[in-house]
Design a binder for this molecule. Sequence first.
Ligand code: NAD
Length: 447
Amino acid sequence: MKISVVGTGYVGLVSGTCFAETGVSVECVDTNEQKIRLLNDGRIPIYEPGLEDIFKRNMKKGRLAFTTSLKDSLVDAEAVFIAVGTPPGEDGSADLQYVLNVARDVGRYISHYMVVVTKSTVPVGTSVKVKAVIREELQNRGEEIPFDVASNPEFLKEGSAVNDFLKPDRIIVGTESEEARKVMWRLYKPFLLNGHPIVFMDIISSEMTKYTANAMLATRISFMNDIANLCEIVGADVNMVRKGIGTDSRIGNKFIYPGTGYGGSCFPKDVQALIRTADAHGYSLDILKAVENLNYRQKTVLAAKLKKHFNNRVKGKKVALWGLAFKPKTDDMREAPSLAIIGQLLDAGVRITAYDPVAMDEGKRILGDKIKFANDEYEACIDADALIVVTEWSEFRTPNFKVLEKLMAGKTIFDGRNIYDPGEMAEMKFNYYSIGRKDITNENKDK
Ligand code: NAD
């Protein structure tokens, strides 16, 4: 069986590689020539744990190939997966130009029956547009080649993408065609041995499922951030509240960790896009509007605490910042809270030295010389008036506080992920600010 996967980003590259792992012959296509050159050289342009091994193994076996030619990749393909980006357009709705460009090219080059699968996250109605564009191109060619469309949203998480793809909780497939259903079943059967289901449904419900999942998760995060802020006001400890509710089987313990606001390439844009879809249909998704507003606000909490601690005299202060990626185990900085926090601090005249275990190249690419970059977490703290922890990489969880105390000019930590214990911080006489818990302040405000 041969398939073509278009777009070699986090989703396309992981999907293509994992399909190859089951014995399918996969050709991945991207318009970015540099990326394809790198991949053909056996190098991976993104950081994703576990990807390199399986990528190299399948390249070696000849089951995984990379090209810039969609036309060539469609030869013998039984399905083509569209996994290109769907960034927010100017009004926040999903920008479909990349998806529809691929559909147009499929229409130009398709030469036999195949299933055209939309894996990108796309608003309801996109599959209809994909179908129409392919039909239009076929009409231009004066040919009648049969094809079917299917919606197959992806639920992998950056940082555990390979594992998520190989052992999915469920596979969602929207299609109206029995033939497409068979092709999708054959492709996904090897991933369902863990007993999790493939759920077939109509295309619109499938497209809605993806947005609903992300919107629900974003809602949980914003809800807990809101509760965390109230906990601080009333003197409760949000960590205790979280444990208290997380043990309720109706609620569960996932996605109820307060922090600096959600980021990444999916939640912000998907929440926005769903709001726009509803608006376009004359319906106001009020909960999601609140979720989005709360998230903007949450990204300002740490910088506000820092300014308050220094009585607004922050100009020229030196701050160490740990964690640039939007979450651990990825180098992705799209919509990362770190960027919002850095922006607010730079505006206030703060000097920043950052460190991230894997997102340094990405950080340098995005931020250039606006901030300094350190070689490790301790170097970032040299002469720093304060440390801000933005991403909860495991290596930040148990630092040597004695070394930090010696290196830093101040003795203040702003912990955006609640990874340190307030009791221990008090014992060590740090000023310690976290999210939704009591601030610990000592007499050493401006050491
Ligand atoms: P990405 O930006 O990392 O990669 C997109 C790739 O598509 C790029 O390499 C780009 O060069 C390529 N591309 C654009 N136009 C092309 C064309 N016409 N032909 C060939 N290649 C083209 O994107 P991503 O993070 O992999 O996301 C892809 C889609 O999957 C999005 O809709 C996203 O919302 C969705 N998604 C992402 C995640 C995630 O964690 N990143 C998870 C689930 C779903």
